[in-house]
Ligand binder design. Structure first.
Ligand SMILES: *Cc1c(COP(=O)(O)O)cnc(C)c1O
Length: 363
């Protein structure tokens, strides 16, 4: 089989060395003669794995001591719900910034749980010179009393990323599902960070929550115990049986990322990959991208064919060339190349070569 490069937005490709190691260890993990899926989550071997995962992630992301790392069920959307239930008891209010499909879904969930009177929302994407860009309101003199401000740092569907920190008087809660560990983040600036695993961490279903300890004192709504951050924290993320295989694989991804130089090394590579692809789009009238430069996602590069009647042919030929899952999200159409940490530079180079030759053939 020749090389396949998988540009799926999620569940996304995982690092090859991780998949090979997992395959090797699948039926005999750690010399136990059984799979990591088949042992107690309370066994000393599994506990050692979780301690190692916690330590490695803390080092990779430079997580301060006053933050807890939780491994939870429910993916990204699970946290849309959990954030509200954990922090908006006693009629608390929150502010949501809307910059694309996922932040829209998050605010919808919040309104469903606590009603419109407790949730304010601001749309922060504007068209400037025909390009979508994020225009951040000035919150410095706001006297509003919000428990938190919620935003999505990388809109996976729309290809819009926010690189700047948001200055505001409230704790910031951020959805990092599709950009976690792709670039340096100053964790100390956030009240809570969450990410569904299936983009840059591991298999779907798992979500990682990084929460500052004072946030756990906020009044919560009545909620399911398995989704309660304080209960998760008090029980080492094992109030009920955690997704053990996903946790194992996440730990392997952390080790892999460490072995290739950590977040700063992968950030440099991610910049190089994104630049290569955007340059190809910008230098060829055959392709367009409608996002302003400073908000172009490094993880999800969206683009359109100027002649969209060729979309089907583009996708069919790309697939023949081993470049799969390039179809854009059904809501926005066009193309999307998701180039998370696991995508090698060679994959992006292969895509760029294909795009150039497809454009030549069809112009
Ligand atoms: C994928 C994604 C989600 C949803 O994740 P699920 O695990 O499917 O719930 C939420 N937010 C962002 C930014 C995403 O990319």
């Amino acid at each position: 089989m020749s090389a396949i490069y998988n540009f799926c937005a999620g569940p996304a490709m995982l690092p090859q060395p991780v998949m090979q190691k997992a395959q090797q260890e699948l039926i005999d993990w750690n010399g136990l003669g059984v799979s990591v899926m088949e042992i107690s989550h309370r066994s000393k071997e599994f506990i050692a794995l979780t301690e190692h995962a916690d330590k490695t992630l803390r080092t990779l992301m430079d997580i301060p001591e006053n933050y807890h790392v939780l491994f939870m069920h429910g993916g990204g959307r699970g946290q849309f719900t959990n954030v509200v239930n954990n922090f908006l008891g006693d009629n608390g209010k929150a502010l949501y910034l809307v910059n694309g499909q996922w932040s829209t879904a998050a605010v919808k969930e919040a309104v469903k749980l606590v009603g419109e009177n407790n949730i304010d929302q601001i749309s922060i994407v504007e068209k400037v010179d025909g390009l979508n860009q994020v225009v951040m309101p000035d919150f410095s003199s706001s006297t509003k009393d919000y428990r938190y401000l919620h935003f999505c740092a990388n809109e996976t569907v729309d290809g819009i990323e926010i690189f700047d920190h948001i200055n505001c008087p409230w704790p910031v809660v951020v959805d990092l599902s599709s950009t976690i560990m792709s670039r340096k983040i100053d964790v100390s600036k956030y009240g809570l960070i969450y990410a569904g695993a299936q983009k840059n961490i591991g298999p779907s279903g798992l979500s990682i929550v990084i929460v500052r300890d004072d946030m756990l004192q906020l009044p919560s709504l009545p909620q399911s115990s398995i989704m309660d951050y304080s209960i998760a924290q008090a029980n080492g993320s094992m109030f009920n049986t955690p997704p053990t295989f996903a946790w194992y694989l996440a730990a392997e991804v952390f080790d892999w990322l460490t072995s290739v130089g950590g977040v700063s090394a992968i950030e440099a590579l991610n910049q190089q990959k994104a630049q290569l692809l955007y340059q190809c789009i910008d230098s060829n009238p055959f392709y367009t991208n409608g996002v302003a430069n400073h908000n172009r996602s490094r993880m999800n590069v969206t683009f359109q064919l100027t002649d969209n009647s060729l979309d089907g042919e583009f996708l069919a030929q790309a697939e023949k060339a081993g470049l799969v899952a390039l179809k854009g999200h059904r809501v926005v159409g066009g193309m999307r190349a998701s180039i998370y940490n696991a995508m090698p530079l060679a994959g992006v180079q292969a895509l760029v070569d294909f795009m150039k030759s497809f454009a030549k053939q069809n112009s």
